[in-house]
Design a protein around this ligand. Structure first.
Ligand code: AMP
Ligand code: GLY
Length: 426
C-alpha cells in the first residue's frame, strides 16, 4: 500500500519511521517532509494545504492512505475533501473531518462539547465584540490568575495566563478589538486557572471504539525547572509515573468514554487521533484542551513505545474494525530531548551545519529531525526546534541520561537543550 504522510516536523519523522517498518508499506511519500523523513521514504514538495494537488498526487501514485500530521489541513477540511469526492473516497484518510477537527479548531466548540457530555474542565465564559463590555466586567471580578484563549487556531500562541486584572483586560482588548490573532481571536474563551500537573493522553477513535496509546508528558518552557517562555516543546517522556491505574481509570471513565460518546452521538465523522491535554488537580483529571492530531514532541516517545505495526491499526480504523486491534506497549521508558537553535523561541539563526549525525548507529536511539534542511551535502538547521533525540531506559532517568549522552556527539552553532527533562520523576 502506498502512503502519503503530510507534515514536516519531528512528529512526522517519527510517523514515517514507524510506518516505513511495516511489511505492508509500499512507497511512503512525505509532503513536504524533511531530511529525516527522506531516510524513511520519498519526500515530495507539495503544500499540505493544497488539497487539489494532494488529491492529484494520490491518484497519480496509487496512494491509498493519507496520514495527516498537523492540524491545519484537518481544520480546513482535507478529510471531507476526500470523503465527498467519489474519485477519492477509496483513499483512507487518517484524521477527522472538519466537524471533528473543531475540537481543536474552536476552543468555544470544545468547551460546549465538554459541557454537553459532563467532561471535567475549567469553568469558562466566551465573549466576542458584541459582548465585549460584559467580558471586561467579567474579567474585572475574576479570580487570578485567569486564562484567556483565542477561539481559533493561533499556532500554539493563543493562550495567555494573566496574573493581574490590568494584564487580563489589556490582553482581552488586544485579542478582540485589535484582532491580535486575526480571525482566531474574534471570539475569546475566558477560563478558570487550574493548578496541577499536566499530561498528554492519546486515543485513536472512529467514534465507536477507541484504542488508548501510551501517555506522555511534554516540557513546554524553554528553561530548566520549567522557567521562561513557552515553546513548541523542549522534550517529552513516556510513560508518566503519576498516571497510574487509578488515575487512568478516572481519565477513561470521566474523559475518554464521554468524548467518544459525544463524537458518536453528534454523528461527527471522526477517524483519527484525539490528543487530550489533561491536568491532574489533586489527583482529579480535567481537560485543558483537545487536539485532533498527535502531539509534538510527544509522538517521538509515544511511537517508539508501540511494539506492533501501526499500519494494520490505521487500516482497521478506516475499515471500521478498530475493535479487532490492540496496542502492545514496550515496558521500557522513552525520553526525547529537543535540540533547539540558540535564541528560540525568540529570534534565532538558521542554516547552521549539523555535525555528528552520521555516528549514530545504535538501534535503541533515534534522532528525529524537526527543523532541518539538506543543501545536497550537509544537513543544516532550519527552525527553532531542530532535532529530537529519543532513547529508551528501564526508568525515565536512564532514558534521559542516554539521550543526553548521544546529544554530546551532535553539534551545531548555538545548540541549546534542557538537561532536566523528566526531572520530577527521578
Ligand atoms: P494550549 O495552547 O491550549 O496548549 O495551552 C497552552 C498551555 O496553557 C497548556 O498546556 C497549559 O499549560 C496552559 N493552560 C491552558 N489552560 C489552562 C487552565 N485552564 N489552567 C491552567 N493552565 C492552562
Ligand atoms: N506538545 C504539544 C502539542 O503538540 O500541541
Amino acid at each position: 500500500m502506498n502512503i502519503l504522510l503530510l507534515g514536516s516536523g519531528g512528529r512526522e519523522h517519527a510517523l514515517a519511521w514507524k510506518l516505513s517498518q511495516s511489511p505492508e508499506c509500499g512507497t511512503l511519500f512525505i509532503a513536504p517532509g524533511n531530511p529525516g523523513t527522506a531516510l524513511c521514504g520519498q519526500n515530495v514538495s507539495l503544500d499540505p494545504l493544497d488539497f487539489l494537488a494532494i488529491a492529484g498526487f494520490c491518484i497519480e501514485h496509487q496512494v491509498t492512505m493519507l496520514v495527516v500530521g498537523p492540524e491545519e489541513p484537518l481544520v480546513r477540511g482535507i478529510s471531507d475533501h476526500f470523503s465527498q469526492d467519489p474519485g477519492l473516497r477509496h483513499i483512507a484518510v487518517i484524521g477527522p473531518s472538519a466537524a471533528g477537527a473543531r475540537l481543536e479548531g474552536s476552543k468555544a466548540f470544545a468547551k460546549e462539547f465538554m459541557s454537553r457530555y459532563d467532561i471535567p474542565t475549567a469553568g469558562y465564559r466566551e465573549f466576542d465584540k458584541e459582548s465585549y463590555a460584559d467580558g471586561v466586567a467579567y474579567l474585572q471580578s475574576h479570580e487570578l490568575p485567569v486564562v484567556l484563549k483565542a477561539d481559533g487556531l493561533a499556532g500554539g500562541k493563543g493562550v495567555v495566563i494573566a496574573h493581574s486584572h490590568i494584564e487580563a483586560i489589556a490582553e482581552f482588548e488586544l485579542m478582540i478589538q485589535y484582532s491580535k490573532f486575526g480571525e482566531a481571536s474574534r471570539k475569546v474563551v475566558v477560563e478558570q486557572f487550574l493548578d496541577g500537573i499536566e499530561l498528554s493522553v492519546f486515543i485513536l477513535t472512529d467514534g465507536n471504539g477507541y484504542l488508548l496509546f501510551p501517555e506522555a508528558k511534554d516540557y513546554k518552557r524553554v528553561g530548566e525547572g520549567d522557567k521562561g517562555l513557552n515553546t513548541g516543546g523542549m522534550g517529552a517522556v513516556s510513560p508518566v509515573p503519576f498516571a497510574d491505574a487509578v488515575f487512568m481509570d478516572k481519565v477513561r471513565t470521566r474523559i475518554i468514554e464521554p468524548t467518544v460518546r459525544g463524537i458518536r452521538e453528534e454523528k461527527i465523522d471522526y477517524k483519527g487521533f484525539v490528543f487530550i491535554g489533561v491536568i491532574s488537580v489533586n489527583g482529579e483529571p480535567h481537560v485543558i484542551e483537545y487536539n485532533c492530531r498527535l502531539g509534538d514532541p510527544e509522538t517521538e516517545v509515544v511511537l517508539p513505545r508501540i511494539m506492533n505495526d501501526l499500519l494494520p491499526v490505521f487500516r482497521a480504523l478506516s475499515e471500521g474494525r478498530l475493535h479487532e486491534m490492540r496496542i502492545e506497549t514496550d515496558p521500557r521508558s522513552a525520553a526525547t530531548v529537543m535540540l533547539v537553535s540558540g535564541g528560540y523561541p525568540g529570534s534565532f539563526s538558521k542554516g547552521m551545519e549539523i555535525d555528528g549525525l552520521d555516528i549514530l548507529k545504535e538501534d535503541d536511539v533515534m534522532v528525529f529531525h524537526a527543523g532541518t534542511v539538506s543543501d545536497g551535502e550537509r544537513i543544516l538547521t532550519n527552525g527553532g526546534r531542530v532535532l529530537a533525540v529519543t532513547a529508551y531506559g528501564h526508568e525515565i532517568p536512564s532514558a534521559v541520561k542516554r539521550s543526553l549522552k548521544i546529544i554530546e556527539f551532535i553539534d551545531f552553532e548555538g545548540k541549546y537543550y534542557r538537561r532536566d527533562i523528566g526531572y520530577e520523576f527521578s
